[in-house]
Design a protein around this ligand. Structure first.
Ligand code: NAP
Length: 541
């Protein structure tokens, strides 16, 4: 096997990997990037299902690291659709000449830390092996698509799709009878578009989701310029907000809010579109009574939109607080259930029993379908990491170390795995924030750390066990001060049978978290241990 050397291996060429490659190469590091897809874009490369769209405004869901880039790029809509975001990722790759550093269609299968050389040996499915001082997992939080193990799936005669792994070619559903399994963000975006094409769509729902209208529309020059004219200041402000996004959060309590004030706030934010409604009160995700007012407001909207009262009631989420499962942002989702060619099947009393050769059977009834769309989500935050055989000190595997749930320090590193970084790993705010802001913060932190190590001739960095234990405890404590753990969400690992129920992202907010990371550095990388390089050891001897 041919083994080559480099300073840094990056796994993944999504927005994390691209920016990290750009930063590190600019500082003279030798970097190799491996990407399983045949092009850049990460989540936006894989999730090509009809209707896929970002739920953060385009002017905010974009890189801030280059003033030229943010001035020259024009978004066509307020919330960009997947093809345009993918085009943007491609533009970034070309503009900053990133492609030549990336090995496409290549999956990293193993990463082992060699204690003698203090380097990582990274192996790919192409049989390539690399020795690198640092290994960075830029693998994304929701990239391991999950299809439930339905009996009979192998014998199904129709076509199956997963929203998280959608084919690259255009699929024509004209005249087809389609099943959609799941009602998460992906399904909620796909169903209205599929319903316009297909002869009939049957939606199989286990848990209804809260969804808010996007009010998407064409980008106006005025709105784009209101950002572009002031980007530096607005981006800086964004970085210190809880969600890494502006225009959403009112720092007032909803406890005891007057009925008319509340009604006005909710109506205004419902009309504005996006997730702004959740930012109406600072205690929306902390106080159940405040939360219930917003939840009921949304249920009432569904009852107004959906003509069949029984269907409306089935679609109206109950039993968990709004926002504790990732809020969905839709374009005409509830309205779609007023169409004659769309039916809703409630799986609560009659779950899916099996896939049949011609369709599927619940415990109550059989259905025939030409195609089944699995919108059944992802093994989030840990699934992709566990697909790689990662071994640290003493041959310990990440999978074993995290058997009871992920354990990290700041979501950046994990004890006993020196020089292995994660971008937006479990224990960091990641999916609870505007990912672009969190990605840039992590990439900058890691880059600064490598520069610090280079300047001081340090060979390895790893968090101490006490620092990690304290952080894991803190992540858990702050999560349980909120309503988040009340929902059986993928944030909690609840969608994967047997996965430990741990609230994985850090709820403290992007701004607070950034300050914690900066303070750790200012305090001499508090909670991290460094080992000097062998040159330095030799010199000291
Ligand atoms: P998801 O939110 O995990 O939804 C999966 C759906 O499949 C749920 O409704 C789930 O029901 C259902 N399901 C799973 N197994 C099932 C089974 N055996 N039988 C019946 N139903 C089953 O996944 P997703 O919609 O792909 O979204 C994942 C995340 O990706 C989102 O939360 C969001 O963070 C991100 N995303 C973002 C965007 C955007 O930016 N606009 C778009 C799409 C996705 P239960 O709830 O009952 O488990």
């Amino acid at each position: 096997m041919n083994t080559q050397n480099c300073d840094v291996v990056i796994v993944g060429a999504g927005f994390s990997g691209l920016y990290l490659l750009h930063r590190l190469r600019g500082l003279g590091y030798s970097v190799r990037v491996f990407e399983a897809g045949d092009d850049v874009g990460g989540t936006w490369y894989w999730n090509r299902y009809p209707g896929a769209r970002c739920d953060v405004e385009s002017m905010q869901y974009s890189y801030s690291f280059s003033e030229e880039l943010q001035q020259e790029w024009d978004w066509s809509e307020r919330f960009s659709a997947q093809p345009e975001i993918l085009e943007y990722a491609n533009h970034v790759a070309d503009r900053f000449d990133l492609r030549r550093g990336i090995e496409f269609s290549t999956t990293v299968t193993a990463a082992h830390f060699n204690e003698e050389s203090q380097r990582w040996t990274v192996t790919t499915d192409k049989g390539e092996s690399l020795s690198a001082q640092f290994c960075v997992m830029a693998t994304g939080c929701i990239s391991a698509a999950q299809t439930p193990e339905f009996e009979g799936l192998a014998d199904y005669r129709g076509t199956t799709y997963h929203t998280g792994n959608w084919p690259h070619e255009e699929i024509d559903f004209t005249g087809k009878r389609i099943a959609v399994i799941g009602t998460g963000s992906s399904a909620i975006q796909a169903i209205p578009v599929l319903a316009e094409q297909a002869e009939h769509v049957t939606v199989f729902q286990r848990t209804p989701n809260y969804s808010l209208p996007s009010r998407n529309g064409p980008m106006t020059e005025d709105y784009a310029n209101s950002w572009k004219d002031n980007y530096a200041a607005l981006r800086e402000e964004q970085r210190h907000t809880p969600k890494g996004a502006l225009g959403e959060f009112r720092n007032i309590s909803g406890i005891g809010a007057a009925d008319d004030e509340r009604a006005t706030a909710y109506e205004e934010r419902w009309d504005r579109g996006g997730s702004a409604l959740l930012g109406s009160y600072r205690d929306m995700l902390v106080d159940e009574s405040v939360n219930e007012t917003a939840a009921e407001f949304v249920r009432d909207k569904i009852r107004t939109i959906v003509k069949d009262p029984q269907v409306a009631e089935l679609l109206a989420a109950k039993g968990y607080p709004i926002g504790t499962k990732r809020i969905c942002i839709d374009s005409g989702y509830f309205e779609t259930f007023n169409r004659d060619n769309v039916a809703l099947v409630d799986l609560n009393d009659t779950p899916i029993d099996r896939i049949t050769p011609n369709g599927l059977a619940t415990t109550g009834r059989s259905f025939d379908f030409d195609a089944i769309v699995f919108a059944t989500g992802f093994d989030a935050m840990t699934g992709t990491l566990f697909k790689i055989d990662i071994q640290g000190l003493g041959g310990a595997t990440l999978r074993d170390k995290w058997q009871a749930g992920p354990r990290t320090y700041l979501g950046l590193m994990t004890e006993a795995f020196p020089n292995l970084f994660m971008i937006t790993g479990p224990g960091s705010p990641s999916v609870l924030t505007n990912m672009m802001v969190s990605i840039e913060q992590h990439v900058d932190w890691v880059t600064d750390c490598l520069e610090h190590m280079r300047a001081d001739g340090l060979a390895t960095i790893a968090p101490t066990l006490p620092a990690q234990d304290e952080w894991v405890e803190h992540v858990n404590v702050v999560a349980h001060r909120t309503l988040f753990p009340k929902a059986a969400s993928w944030y909690m690992g609840a969608n994967i049978p047997g996965k430990p129920r741990i609230f994985m992202p850090y709820v403290g907010g992007a701004g607070t978290y950034r300050k914690i990371c900066d303070d750790v550095v200012a305090d001499g990388y508090k909670g991290f241990d460094f080992l000097p390089g062998t040159d330095r050891v030799a010199a000291a001897e």
